[in-house]
Design a protein around this ligand. Sequence first.
Ligand SMILES: Cc1cc2nc3c(=O)[nH]c(=O)nc-3n(C[C@H](O)[C@H](O)[C@H](O)COP(=O)(O)O)c2cc1C
Length: 348
Amino acid sequence: MSVPAPGTSPLAGLGVTAPVLAAPMAGGPTTAALVTAAARADGLGFLAGGYKTAEQLHAQLAEVRSVTPVFGVNLFAPNPLAIEPAEYRRYAETLRPLAERYGVELPPEPVEDDDYWEQKLDLLRRDPVPVVSFTFAIPPAQVIASLRSLGSVVAATVTNAAEARAATDAGVDMLAVQGWAAGGHSATLTPRRLPEPVPTAVLVATIRDASRLPVIAAGGLATPAQVADVIHAGAAAVMVGTALLRTSESGASAVHQAAIADRSRGETVLTRSFTGRPARAISNQFTDQYDALAPSGYPALHHLTSPIRKAAAAAGDLEAVHLWAGTGYQQATPGAAADILRALSTAL
Ligand SMILES: Cc1cc2nc3c(=O)[nH]c(=O)nc-3n(C[C@H](O)[C@H](O)[C@H](O)COP(=O)(O)O)c2cc1C
């Protein structure tokens, strides 16, 4: 497998020379400080636009821009997974004991939304950013073309060769290849099926055969040797999420950080139980009890379980919180993000 020559990645044009980048992590973990730390390490960090309003994203963009011009923005592209109201109510009923325990109300009917898609696209068109990446869906070709015409490098997150070909045909500049081992939501375009258990380095090699586009690869990368494997498989750069969750710049909640630091916790699982879309989390009582019961349904299940997860996190009870983590979470250490990113590149 050929390694892309230096300079073939559009990131080189932005002055990004480090091979290990900071992946977007919505819901709190990605802070402006984490993104600017990645730039300080000659890399790139992605602001996580997911769950934010356009105004919140705008404020975070201003914070980052006051420190560095080099950053990316990640958005959830709409790929709604509709759920029948009866199926929704059946799952909601199984959650009632937890809702009662935490004294919270759950939405009685499915709540659907598009995560302020048009508003955030408008923001990125009014105020273009160096790099835009998408997860959950490949946006329409005209959306990609409009961002590119404003000077943004556009990446789509893909989880297999077919998705890589679709993203290439839609006109993106780069592929963010996400392996099965990745923490948080899978980017899969077909979320009613769980992603295939393929090691990230193998997936990169397969996708390099399927597309000519440069690849940023992510998923379970926790050691310098794992990073080197993936770069040797043909990735132009890698991204890490979980490895940054315990850093000084991480905005991950106290319960999340405590779970990542706890060497006695078990495996991670790919589960729909929290949001109705496959996501990798450290197993806890919630995943043990609800994984087998949960239907597909995004974002309805995200909104359904959110009051329970928020109340549990506020109470310091990590057994009912979504503890997003990749398979390598036990290697995550505290420290400055820039140091951790640099340390991960030392086997190259
Ligand atoms: C807490 C958390 C939140 C995440 N949120 C996003 C997100 O908003 N957008 C996205 O494209 N990927 C998201 N991901 C996936 C990461 O971008 C990346 O693919 C993953 O962290 C790589 O695997 P690793 O966690 O094993 O390093 C998230 C991952 C985690 C752990």
